[in-house]
Design a protein around this ligand. Structure first.
Ligand SMILES: Nc1ncnc2c1ncn2[C@@H]1O[C@H](COP(=O)(O)OP(=O)(O)OP(=O)(O)O)[C@@H](O)[C@H]1O
Length: 593
């Protein structure tokens, strides 16, 4: 019976059939009746008749055959006809069934619904409402009275879409059963909600309400949450940012070089298949319509990384003997460095591979992402920060640190430092208000979260420099940090470029400066390698600071691009996964509709 459009009527017939068949004793008449009904129901002509009926009903023309009379009156007529055969058991049973009040009520309700006899009448859905849309789009028409809809909406921070945040139990939306949490609202009465803020949608709904009767006819175009979930399990695209360079020409393990995809650290790739454990298929973001290529899976890259590092350890062991012979003076230092290096290798369990990312649609009014500059001491982090500030003081700002040391004559409170008592500083430590803090010569120094907020609230890009281990503290959707790793160039270039450079070797006494020694350069390179190995997965950009002018140009243009880009790729963990997180990061967004 799937062809039968009028399902309720078909069900009724089925019920009739099953009630006829439900007797415990075998009855040949029943068998015959069943066969008769079955052949009648399977009759092609009857199916056609149902189709014609359905067409006519849809076009609101004269209802035919089955719809000619309401079900309740058809039933009474049927009862009349059957009364003459009242001696048959099955007829008795059927009569008993149809004379039950709840059965009759059911048919009355059916008749009322079938005649679409209810108020208020919803306006028809325009023909073009679903034009060019996917199947997953749903049109929901509601008549809103004085009662609020009982739903809150929010802007999804990762996609920019307006979604239903909460449905209040017992509210109009809940009672309608047509709108659900997580549904994406595409349009309201034909007005697109794209790039809209929740607060702009409220007046839109108010404008649809009649002032006299407070009734509003609202038509939502919705992408239901279930189909969005479906998309996430079946069709959703998985994007990753590569955390290493990959050149198939340098990889002897690739099964087919022509089928491979080369990429650079920082490239966003769309993963199209992860079926194979060792070789995934992916394409570059800008080339998602083109063919996919093979890339090493996470596991494969980790395995080959541990193989390479083992080989390096062996090499180092061999080299150390030559150090003992040729560079006796620096042997002890080399040994210490090797210890540090191998500790670094073994402490970093996993090499950076890929990080799952999602698009972040930045609105012009959104706060700027915090920029964190990291690098080994002396590499030029402060120099680059200083140049950025001078180049555009309206765009960039820096935090004011806290300290417990005495204020000096030329210093001012809130400009050079926030001068606070030890007690106050320790209170701030206990309440986790610092991103980073430490003590130097008996005084505390620290950068607080509030100082970052202050710069952000001024509409500026907050420039922070911190040890990479502290990035975690601000690695949230609130700050959306953009991490730049300032890397030293090769030692030959360091020697050339830093010939005249001097650095402050005593924080307290800024006159205590000295030039870089060969050991400083070596330490800088060692530290940089360690940092990259341990925290490389957090770096968005690596800038090699050889020539300061070109390093600065590269940094400035990169930051400008980031601040102006409409779509940026950020870690998936910044999308509000948990309700608490979502509430915290979207707390300013929910609005009543
Ligand atoms: N590319 C470069 N070429 C020449 N000199 C440089 C370059 N980069 C930085 N310098 C100089 O090196 C010195 C140290 O730089 P800077 O103070 O910026 O280092 P830093 O990374 O902030 O280290 P620290 O955190 O220890 O202060 C400064 O005198 C700076 O002018």
């Amino acid at each position: 019976l799937p062809m039968l459009v009028d399902r309720s009527w078909a069900k009724l017939l089925y019920k009739l059939l099953s009630s006829m068949m439900s007797g415990t004793e075998p009855h040949t008449d029943r068998e015959e009746d069943y066969r008769f009904l079955h052949s009648m129901l399977m009759e092609k002509k009857l199916h056609l008749l149902f189709k014609v009926n359905a067409r006519l009903c849809c076009n609101d023309l004269v209802p035919l055959i089955i719809n000619i009379r309401p079900r309740s009156s058809s039933l009474f007529q049927l009862a009349e006809e059957l009364i003459y055969q009242g001696w048959r058991e099955e007829v008795k049973e059927l009569l008993a069934l149809i004379s039950k009040p709840h059965f009759q009520s059911l048919l009355h309700v059916h008749d009322a619904v079938a005649q679409r006899d209810f108020e208020p009448v919803l306006p028809p859905i325009p023909d073009d409402a679903l034009e060019d849309e996917e199947d997953s789009v749903k049109i929901v028409s509601l008549v809103k009275t004085k009662e609020p809809l009982g739903a809150t909406i929010k802007r999804d921070t990762s996609t920019g879409a307006i979604v239903v945040a909460r449905i209040m139990r017992g509210g109009a939306a809940d009672k309608s059963g047509l709108i659900h949490e997580g549904d994406e609202l595409k349009e309201v009465n034909g007005v697109s909600l794209e790039h809209r803020k929740p607060k702009e949608i409220l007046p839109l709904l108010v404008s649809l309400t009649c002032f006299l009767c407070s009734v509003a006819y609202i038509r939502f175009k919705i992408i239901p949450a279930y189909s969005r979930e479906e998309m996430s399990t079946t069709k959703q695209k998985l994007f990753v940012r590569a955390l290493f360079d990959y050149d198939p020409n340098q990889d002897p393990s690739i099964p087919c070089k022509d089928a491979a995809l080369a990429f650079k650290r920082g490239d966003v790739l769309q993963i199209v298949s992860m079926e194979d454990d060792t070789w995934w298929q992916a394409c570059h973001l800008e080339d998602s319509n083109g063919g996919a290529g093979l890339i090493p899976s996470k596991e494969l890259h980790e395995r080959s990384f541990s193989f390479t590092t083992k080989q390096m350890v062996l090499q180092w062991t061999g080299l150390r003997r030559s150090f003992r012979l040729g560079r006796k003076s620096s042997w002890a230092k080399e040994a210490a460095r090797f210890r540090r290096w191998s500790a670094g290798v073994h402490s970093s369990i996993c090499p950076p591979t890929y990080i799952k990312v999602i698009p972040y649609h930045r609105e012009p009014k959104d706060r700027h992402r915090v920029v964190i500059l990291v690098g080994p001491s002396g590499v030029g982090v402060n120099e680059l920060k200083r140049r950025l500030l001078i180049s555009d003081p309206d765009r960039y700002g820096v935090t004011v640190p806290h300290t417990t040391r005495e204020k000096r004559r030329q210093e001012s409170e809130g400009v050079d430092y926030h001068f606070v008592s030890v007690h106050m500083f320790e209170e701030l430590i206990l309440s986790h208000r610092f991103i980073e803090y430490g003590s130097y010569r008996g005084h505390y120094y620290g950068t607080s979260l509030d100082s970052v907020h202050r710069v952000m609230a001024e509409g500026k890009v907050c420039l922070l420099d911190a040890h990479p281990s502290k990035i975690k503290r601000v690695y949230t959707s609130e700050f959306k940090p953009y991490v730049v790793f300032v890397k030293p160039p090769r030692i030959e270039e360091l020697r050339l470029t830093r010939r005249r450079a001097k650095f402050v070797c005593d924080e307290e006494d800024t006159n205590q400066v000295r030039i870089f020694s060969e050991a400083d350069f070596e330490d800088m390179i060692d530290l940089a390698e360690n940092m990259e190995r341990q925290y490389g997965h957090l770096f968005d950009k690596v800038i090699v600071n050889g020539d300061i002018a070109s390093a600065f140009r590269e940094l400035r243009s990169d930051l400008e691009k980031i601040q102006e880009a409409r779509v940026q790729w950020v870690p998936t963990e910044w999308s509000c996964s948990s309700p608490t997180k979502a509430r915290r990061s979207c707390s300013h967004l929910p609005s009543w509709i």
